[in-house]
Design a protein around this ligand. Sequence first.
Ligand code: TYM
Length: 328
Amino acid sequence: KKRVLSGIQPSGQLTLGNYIGAMKNYVSLQHECDSYFMIVDLHAITVPQEPAALRENTESVAALYLAAGIDPDKAAIFAQSHVHEHAELGWMMTTLSYMGELERMTQFKDKSAGKDAVGAGLFVYPPLMSADILLYKADLVPVGDDQKQHLELTRDLAGRFNHRFGETLVVPEPFIPKVGARIMSLDDASKKMSKSNPNAGSYIALLDPPEVIRKKLSRAKTDLGREVVYDPQNKPEISNLLSIYANCSGETIEVIQSRYADRGYGDFKKDLAEQVVGVLEPLQRRYAEIRSSGEIHRILRQGAERARAVAAKTLSEVKEAMGFLPPL
Ligand code: TYM
C-alpha cells in the first residue's frame, strides 16, 4: 500500500482553491493508501497568530477534513504539534539545507517581499515541511501547484540524507491534479486564489453561505468576448471558471464547453454557482454537525497516536544513521 501525507495550515478561512487543489484528492486517495492528513499548526506560526484564533482554526480545519469526507477510520487526522517528532526532524532537515536553496523558494520570496522584519521561521519553513513528509516515508504528497518547489526540495533533502548517511528516507512524488492545480483569483486570473487577498470577492471560502457564493461568482471577472472556451493563454478568467466547474461537477472541460458553446457567460456563471453550491452546501451542513458533535478532540487524539507510531520509528532510524547516541 502506498503511503500518503499532506497538510493544510490553520491560518484563517480555507478556500475553494485548497479544496480543489488538495483536500478533494485526500478524500479519493484515502481508499487506496495508508493516509496521514495533518493540520500544520507549527507552520502557521511562521507568521504571528493570535492564540485563541490558532486554537479555533485548528479545530475548524479538522472539522473541514471530516466534512469533506475524510474518514478517520481510514486516514489519520492530526495536529502537527501533537507529534513532536516534526519539530525534531525539522531541525535536522534545516541543518541539511543550504541558504542558497532556501533563498530561491518562491513562497519565501513572496511572503518576505517588501517587509523590513522577516521572521526566521518563514525562511526555514521548507525544511520543516520536508520533515513532515519524510517522517512518514510518504510515497505521494497531494498538493496544489504552488507547493511543487517545496516538494522538489524535499526530494533533494531525502536524496542528500541517503547519500550521506545511508538509505533511510523515501524520496516522495508530488500528486498534483491535472485540472485545478492552481485555482486563480476571481478578480484577477494572474494571481492564485488565496485567503490572504484583502478583497474577499476574489476567493470563495469553504464556509461562505450559498448566497455569498452566488454573488461572488456572478461578479467574477470574465474575458472579452462571450464564448465559453478553455484557453488559459487567451481567456484566463473563463478558463479558471471552467476548471472550477469541472472539479465541482465531475465532468470534463470538453463536455462543459460544448454545453455552453453558444449560450454566453451569463448562463454559464449562473450554473457554475449552482455546481459550487452543490458541493459546498452539503459540506457546510456536515461541518456544522461535526463542530457540535464534540467528536473532534477524540479523532485528533487517535490520529496523533497513529501518526506518532510511524514518526517515532523514522526519527530513531534517522538519529541512529546520523550518529546520535542511542538513549542511554
Ligand atoms: P496551504 O495551507 O497554503 O495550502 C493547503 C493546500 O492547498 C493548496 N492550494 C491550492 N491549490 C490550488 N489552487 C489554489 N489557489 C490553492 N491554494 C492553496 C496548496 O497547494 C496546498 O496543497 N506548505 C503547505 C502546508 C504543508 C504541507 C506539508 C503540505 C506543510 N507541511 C507537508 C504537504 C505536505 C501550505 O502552506 O499549504
